[in-house]
Design a protein around this ligand. Structure first.
Ligand code: MN
Length: 750
């Protein structure tokens, strides 16, 4: 590196830096923000001085990074001078001796606040521990709900880091790419920053799967010429027709991103050639009169369907009901000239800008309190709700929030016609909780399109949903399994904790006394060991069981707890071995043949699944989370590892279709105890019968309900109940008890 007298950069570098900054200024001046150039120039000088002498890993002067972040914030997100200044200064407090107070003194409180926010959430979201990770994520979102610009600038920072990731050490590349895909891309999606989301995904993918990335990129390039001729054949008649209609518009082919092509190939298990929706046609029309936008969209729609055959199920009207992130457009899918389906997206210029730039564009077009605005606010409020009640369990908290970021949406109606936006797979109970946590906790059933349905009924877009409550209903832990919204899950967890608190406190006391009595010193190890012995998932559960009298502390337990260095905690559901039928029981594991990754699997054999703490040559699929009693199926991969799915899991269905030879047949070992039983109930409908039934089954008999489907027509009802039980006698007992309920005419095991 050449150094001039008291300078750290070469004249060539100075030129590059000046040009880069000028580019930021030019872009800003061309936007329709107020022209506050002076403060931007000052922020630039300040940052330049603060970072002088520092270089990035790539060797370039550090100041080029904040300049690039400012450019993204301004030109790709559309933010104004305050954010540009904050972007220029975003690493000053973090990396130099200047403090937030210094920034405030020079640039005022607003910019200082943004820089403070950016400093707080600097560094990786993932620490070494999940709790740190969750804590950082919490900070990020907390600052976001205070001033959304912090997160937008953070996005710009992350995007530039991803664009220049090549010069990072490989292990860092992997970590940053993973984090980007895990949190930042979904967050960008939520904020409506579609272009940035796509780029973040593609860049992460490029570093996480370099080979697949290169392959798909090449395949796209190779098929380009054939694709463009198909596109031309397809689009020409449309553009001609639109011109005849006197419209001013722009039409372009949108190629699917590398990442989403790969995603589709992976989830659908299809080769590149079979990804038919490789490209879409996008029509962006000019329209000065906001009142005409919607009508024009449908006129264009009608012109296209005159030319091509419409796919009946794939019209998406995001104009009447915009997505929660503000996205508006009219999508339709038609049959192209080569017989493949092609999606056409129709948007006005305004909608297009909102789709590409998200939040910032919203502000630009904001006229009073529009609906889209309130949808966004509603989402931010949910985030704030969750943040105000942090979970004691960091992982739960993170999952809850991620759930809120990733979910696809459906829209349902209240009986009064109000709209509720929910994630896909939301249930009646989610609606109840979305109205109020009190309503959620007392919900007994729902009515969907005027038909009585159970709490766990999944909803579809357009459903009209009414919630039925009863004061005697109490929140149940098993509800967690069918809730899809973060809000509901958080509220339920709180309610359950509130309900269990007295028992937990009692249990804690009992445990402390017990330790005292046997002179066992209280330590984390002892508690962990106790949790292992009783198979409790966490401390609270252990205390709860103790406080409730479900488990007792005995001399034998005291001995076990006293013994040192033995019986490492046994996590029940963590590891599993395959056992061939007819082999010895679980206590004699030495003689049990375990499938090691190198032992080929015999496809003709049925393998028994048992829970055990030895061997781990397969895993449970995260999509359907099989449990004992579920019908299960395994798939062997190239590494001879087996993934277990529930038989009717959609993913398993897809795999069965394309990966037939890889199926391994599996079933649960009976040693495991619980199995699934189905009971059919018939009766005469009366007010409250549903609640009585559910209460009888879940509370009174302490049975694990897996599914309850109730259908009522006129005055009679039909119910199908699936329960997990230890043996058939319990089912018979259950049937007898159900028959005693007033109104029930029949209860039989199927
Ligand atoms: Mn930075």
């Amino acid at each position: 590196m050449t150094m001039n007298n008291n300078k750290f950069t070469t004249p060539e570098e100075d030129q590059i830096i000046e040009a880069a900054f000028q580019d930021v200024l030019d872009g800003y001046l061309a936007s329709n923000h107020r022209k506050k150039v002076e403060i931007i120039k000052r922020a630039y000088k300040f940052a330049q001085e603060a970072h002088s002498g520092i270089r990035r890993r790539s060797g370039e002067p550090y100041i080029l990074h904040p300049i690039a972040v400012a450019k993204i914030a301004s030109q790709e997100i559309g933010l104004g001078s305050t954010s540009i200044c904050a972007a220029l200064l975003h690493d000053v407090v973090e990396d130099t001796d200047y403090t937030v107070e210094d920034i405030e003194q020079h640039f005022g409180p607003k910019i200082a606040q943004l820089v403070a926010g950016l400093t707080k959430i600097s560094g990786g979201i993932f620490g070494d521990k999940a709790s740190i990770q969750a804590e950082n994520f919490r900070k990020l979102l907390l600052t976001m709900s205070e001033d959304i610009r912090v997160v937008l600038i953070k996005m710009a920072d992350r995007l530039h880091n991803m664009r220049t990731l090549g010069s990072m050490a490989p292990n860092k590349q992997y970590k940053i790419a993973g984090e980007t895909l895990y949190i930042y891309a979904p967050l960008a999606h939520r904020l409506g920053l579609f272009a940035i989301k796509t780029e973040l995904e593609d860049l992460s993918f490029k570093y996480e799967h370099p080979d697949a990335y290169a392959r798909i990129t090449k395949q796209i390039a190779d098929s380009e010429c054939c694709r463009s001729s198909v596109y031309k054949d397809f689009s020409t008649p449309i553009t001609q027709r639109l011109k005849e209609m006197g419209l001013k518009f722009e039409a372009k082919a949108r190629v699917k991103s590398v990442y989403s092509i790969w995603n589709k190939m992976e989830t659908k298990h299809i080769p590149f050639e079979e990804v038919y929706d490789l490209y879409a046609m996008r029509i962006i029309f000019e329209c000065d009169d906001p009142g005409r936008e919607k009508a024009l969209c449908w006129e264009i729609y009608s012109a296209i369907t005159d030319l091509y055959r419409l796919h009946p199920d794939r019209t998406r009207d995001w104009i009447s009901v915009p997505k929660a992130n503000g996205y508006q457009a009219l999508h339709l899918t038609v049959m192209g000239p080569d017989g493949n389906w092609i999606e056409v997206q129709i948007r006005s210029r305004r909608m297009d800008e909102i789709a590409e730039k998200g939040f910032a564009a919203h502000w630009k077009y904001k006229i009073g309190d529009s609906d889209e605005e309130s949808e966004l606010n509603a989402w931010l409020h949910t985030i704030k709700d969750i943040l105000d009640n942090p979970e004691p369990n960091a992982i739960d908290f993170l999952d809850t929030l991620k759930l809120n970021l990733f979910s696809r949406e459906i829209v349902v109606f209240t009986p009064k016609g109000e709209l509720i936006t929910l994630p896909k797979d939301a249930s009646v109970l989610d609606v109840a909780f979305s109205l109020h946590s009190h309503i959620g906790c007392h919900c007994i059933a729902g009515k969907v399109n005027h038909k009585l349905v159970p709490l766990n009924q999944k909803l579809k877009s357009g459903d009209q949903v009414e919630v039925l409550t009863s004061q005697s209903q109490t929140p149940k832990p098993e509800w967690m399994s069918f809730l899809a919204t973060a809000k509901a899950k958080t509220a339920l967890r709180q309610a359950l904790r509130r309900e269990q608190q007295p028992a937990i406190n009692r249990g804690k006391e009992i445990f402390a006394k017990f330790l005292e009595e046997y002179a066992i010193s209280d330590s984390n190890d002892v508690i962990t060991k106790a949790m292992g012995i009783y198979e409790a998932a966490n401390r609270d559960q252990l205390y709860y069981m103790l406080g409730n009298g479900d488990i007792l502390l005995t001399d034998a337990i005291a001995k076990k707890l006293k013994r040192q260095g033995q019986n490492k905690e046994r996590s029940l559901f963590s590891k599993i071995i395959f056992r061939i039928p007819g082999m010895k029981s679980s206590t004699e594991t030495e003689e049990t043949p375990q499938l090691q990754p190198n032992t080929p699997i015999n496809m003709k054999e049925t393998y028994l699944l048992t829970y055990d703490d030895k061997g781990a040559n397969f895993k449970f699929s995260g999509c359907c989370c099989p449990i004992p009693g579920d019908e299960v199926i395994g798939f062997v991969d190239d590494n001879n590892e087996v993934t277990i799915h529930v038989l009717d899991c959609p993913r398993a269905l897809a795999m069965k279709a394309s990966y037939g030879p890889r199926i391994v047949s599996t079933r649960w070992a009976e040693v495991q105890g619980k199995f699934l039983a189905r009971v059919h109930i018939e009766g005469i409908d009366r007010f409250g019968i549903l609640q009585e039934l559910t209460q009888l089954i879940s509370n009174h008999l302490n049975i694990d309900i897996r599914r309850l489907n109730i259908e009522a027509h006129d005055e009679v009802f039909d119910a199908d109940l699936s329960v997990l039980i230890e043996d058939a006698a319990v089912v018979n007992d259950l049937c007898n008890k159900i028959k005693q309920v007033d109104g029930v005419t029949k209860a039989t095991r199927v």
